[in-house]
Design a protein. Structure first.
Length: 81
């Protein structure tokens, strides 16, 4: 966040179950909903890969069709170009 590559990050604590190395694992994790712009995605992905505790983190993006004007203007001011 200090690098201003995102306007906002929501953190959702969750319980996860997944297969890893042939075993079913249960863990507490967090989902990060990172509100950013397309040009910043590579920088965020690189940061997450380098700093995540998992060797294979799930990193995905969601295409948004519409954002209200006021939020988009605010986000564009916050995110460093």
């Amino acid at each position: 966040m200090r690098a201003k590559v995102a306007a906002c990050v929501n953190v959702w604590p969750i319980e996860s179950m997944y297969w890893w190395e042939g075993e079913l694992k249960e863990d507490n994790e967090a989902v990060l909903f990172i509100k950013t712009s397309e040009p910043k995605m590579a920088e965020i992905e690189d940061f997450l890969r380098k700093n995540h505790t998992y060797s294979t983190p799930f990193i995905a993006s969601v295409k948004i069709d519409r954002i209200n004007l006021e939020y988009r203007e605010w986000a564009n001011q916050v995110i460093v170009r």
